[in-house]
Write a protein that binds this ligand. Structure first.
Ligand code: NAP
Length: 221
């Protein structure tokens, strides 16, 4: 297995923490990024408490990104473009995995936002043309990620992107989460569907009081 140095931008939030925990638990080296290195360190300590042998560091976002092979964007859509622009120099040339879901909520429930660049992932790519952006991990719940199961082997991670090598990295990183390769879902513009699809899962969760995920049928494993 290839192991990666992964920076998780927004690593103090539930999704970043959950993904970092999964990767640390399965042999990758992770640095949590935050606007506050102290907050990042507190979250890193939570992960190390659960996985004492893991390599989990903490830093400000820019420092975390600068030292990584792979950068994961795990921040809210609100403020996403400003953050990505502020990290453009550090993100250039890197594999950048976005799990950002631009969603709105009103009295009728969750819905996918229409965003100017088509999707958060495409906006990140447009803001940093030299980065190799992929979309992935939109549909795994933060609570499930932080749970005790060794691997979430009833779920799939859908991956989209325009750079085949970058997509391959995300496909591999999915193994630490689900036990199997991520599923190549197509070009980066497919992020428009992947990101907004999360509104469907949240609706199902509310109706059935569960934490739903996705699994793709018809593939030979
Ligand atoms: N929660 C889930 O179950 C889930 C599942 C799949 C995908 N996602 C997606 O993953 C992303 C993160 O989700 P989350 O629930 O972990 O979000 P969150 O808790 O709202 O935010 C994550 C972290 O982002 C940083 N952040 C917040 N606002 C920021 C801003 N304006 N600029 C820069 N950094 C900011 C904060 O870290 P610091 O204050 O420490 O910098 C925060 O702890 C979202 O796009 C979400 O749609 C979430």
């Amino acid at each position: 297995m290839t192991t990666y140095d992964i920076a998780v931008v927004g690593g103090t939030g539930p999704q970043g923490r959950g993904l970092a925990y999964r990767w640390a638990r399965h042999g990758h080296r992770v640095v949590l990024g935050s606007r506050s290195p102290e907050r990042a360190e507190a979250t890193a300590a939570e992960i190390r408490e659960r996985v004492p042998d893991a390599s989990v560091g903490a830093a400000g976002n820019a420092e975390a990104v600068a030292g990584a092979d792979v950068v994961v964007l795990a921040v809210p859509y609100d403020g996403h473009d400003e953050l990505v622009s502020s990290l453009a120099g550090e993100l250039a040339g890197k594999v950048v995995v976005s799990c950002v879901n631009p969603l709105g909520f009103d009295g009728l429930g969750p819905y996918g936002l229409d965003v100017p660049g088509g999707s958060a992932a495409e906006e990140a790519q447009a803001l940093v043309p030299d980065a190799r952006v992929v979309g992935a991990f939109h549909h795994v719940s933060a609570v499930t990620l932080w749970g005790d199961r060794d691997r979430l082997d009833d779920e799939d991670v859908l991956v989209c992107g325009d750079d085949e090598d970058a997509k391959r990295v995300a496909v591999e990183l999915a193994r630490a989460v689900t036990s199997r390769d991520g599923v190549d879902a197509g070009r980066l513009r497919i992020a428009r569907q992947l990101e907004t699809w999360t509104a469907v899962l949240i609706s199902v969760n509310k109706r059935y009081r569960t934490r739903s995920g996705i699994a793709i049928s018809g593939l030979s494993r």
